[in-house]
Design a protein around this ligand. Structure first.
Ligand code: SF4
Ligand code: SF4
Ligand code: SF4
Length: 279
């Protein structure tokens, strides 16, 4: 089995320089988004787009003492251990690779957008022109050649790290202990309990996940499992049943028709017989 890799974002080190956003666009040859609007904040895009796989978010917050905080986080696909996007894809176009990345096969994607609906973070974005879903692919083409993901390679603040699972967990646990010692009571890890992974993208957070707009308990909706495990199979059975029903109707119809024909023939025969008797 391939050794698992993990991307680690230490939020406490991020300066918000956005070099990772530029590096991601450069590697994937993605254009700038021209439709972003200035709303008096430092934020560039409101959300990820089909041409922005990596977004630095600037959450502005006043704490209980009225002190202003800028809670900065690099936001992209979490590369979940059990990816809702892949589980819900009717065309099996999304794969969780053995070593961690979750990737979309563009050739198989039909642009139905179910992946986004079934992602607890709403990460995949639909390219309306190509009719394909897009998201961060953990630069799996780079890492398969022994290179770092483009964003991790670029970060000069060393807020992004990348490597094998054990090493990344060791670094994450050490940083968490340091943050706690510095007085960050709510500091936590996200995407891992410190030992096991729920995602191959993990965060060291100085504050609660909700401060950064992350769900406290990310979960694939029960509706997806209901659709995939119950409604879809029943739908298949129903369509199979409809075919059987149609075949049954055709058989019944032909039986009735042949009975009618027999009856008509009998009646015709009786008529001929009557005519013969008259003669
Ligand atoms: S390059 Fe590093 S420091 Fe700059 S925004 Fe990205 S994660 Fe933060
Ligand atoms: S974050 Fe969303 S898109 Fe990424 S692997 Fe998880 S479910 Fe899929
Ligand atoms: S891993 Fe690659 S695709 Fe994902 S955010 Fe970083 S540069 Fe972009």
């Amino acid at each position: 089995m391939a050794k698992e890799v993990v991307m680690l974002h230490d939020v406490s080190r991020c300066s918000g320089c956005r070099a990772c956003m530029v590096a991601c666009k450069q590697w994937h040859d993605l254009p700038a988004d021209m439709s972003t609007e200035f709303e008096g904040e430092y934020q560039s895009h409101k959300d990820l787009t089909s041409t922005t796989y990596n977004l630095v978010k600037f959450n502005e917050r006043l704490d209980s003492k009225g002190k202003f905080h800028w809670d900065i986080i690099k936001y992209q696909c979490m590369h979940c251990a059990v990816p809702g996007c892949a589980e819900g894809c009717p065309k099996h176009a999304i794969t969780k690779l053995e070593h961690g990345p979750v990737v979309i096969n563009e050739d198989l994607c039909v642009g139905c957008d179910y992946c986004s609906m079934n992602c607890p973070f709403g990460i995949p974005k639909l390219d309306e022109k190509k009719h394909k879903s897009t998201k961060c692919d953990m630069c799996y083409d780079r890492i398969s050649e022994g290179m770092m993901p483009s964003c991790a390679k670029t970060c000069t603040a060393q807020a992004i790290d990348f490597g094998y699972k054990d090493k990344m967990l060791e670094i994450a646990n050490k940083r968490l202990a340091e943050l706690k010692a510095e007085g960050h009571e709510d500091a936590c890890l996200y995407g891992t309990d410190g030992e096991n992974l729920t995602a191959n993208m993990i965060y060291v957070l100085p504050e609660k996940p909700s401060v950064y707009g992350l769900p406290e308990q990310p979960k694939v909706s029960d509706g997806m499992y209901l659709w995939r495990d119950v409604i879809k199979p029943i739908g298949k059975l129903a369509s199979g049943g409809a075919l059987l029903g149609l075949a049954g109707m055709m058989i019944v119809h032909s039986m009735v028709k042949s009975q009618d024909e027999e009856k008509n023939t009998d009646e015709k025969g009786d008529h001929i017989k009557d005519e013969a008797d008259k003669e």
